[in-house]
Design a protein around this ligand. Sequence first.
Ligand SMILES: [Zn+2]
Length: 286
Amino acid sequence: MWDVLWRRSRPSPATGENRRALHTVRSQGCLSSRPVILKALFGLALLVLFPFPLARAESTWPMQPGIFNSSEKPYRLSREKLTRLSASLERVTGWRGIHFEHDAWLCLKEARLTTTGSPTARAIILKALQETILILEDHSRSLDVAFAAIRREATLQMASGAYLPVFSLRVDFEDFRHLRGHSEALAAFDLGLVLLHELVHAAFDRRDPPGPRGTSDPGECEALVNEVRMELDLPLRTHYHSEHVIPSLLSDLSFGRLRFERVTWREGKPRRAIYFVQWPKPFVSH
Ligand SMILES: [Zn+2]
């Protein structure tokens, strides 16, 4: 049984130390008595099958699928931020009663469906809840995270023998305070929709468009999030990379900008409506 406030003894996920620690768990758990050559061959096979650190049940990650609050104090989301997140997910899914049980894990036990919300958003969240172990981390005022980012940390073997991927989902809540723009674009770039983008990475293994393609292509993740926007009657994101805007030659401040569009009808004729959301670049790093 997994403890509510499980202790994760790993160091920072970005360090090689973490990877070594997980490899140690692996070798202590199942390989220590094997001959060296067999260990090497087995290790190679694991690397091919699972290009991320593979940990067994002895590790300190939660040993069940779900969306969890970080147990590490510097990254743990406050109750206020968990409430913001739940409220935003309620808006996009149409489920009322989404909450974080004991401020620790996302719980749908009391969720009830209303007449609003997006079926696609509900499907994304259910898949992430059932097929991944996702750790939410608060990276507000981070220089490395613009709005939100996800990183695959490990692959865990469950008691059943099944393997589940572990992700850290880092959210910079402060970045959202700097957003300005049309109300339609602000609604289309809401916290919950940004979170869904990251969940699509984890649950559907989709990627963002590489290089310059992202200036005109929203990418595989946003294609699915755009379906959510369509179901919510919101404008659709037209590109992945933000545009770089300098208001005037004399301006010291530059802005990142995203464009959203939808077709509206006026006097029987289609019209493309364009909406922008933007933020001052120095305040939203990346
Ligand atoms: Zn992405």
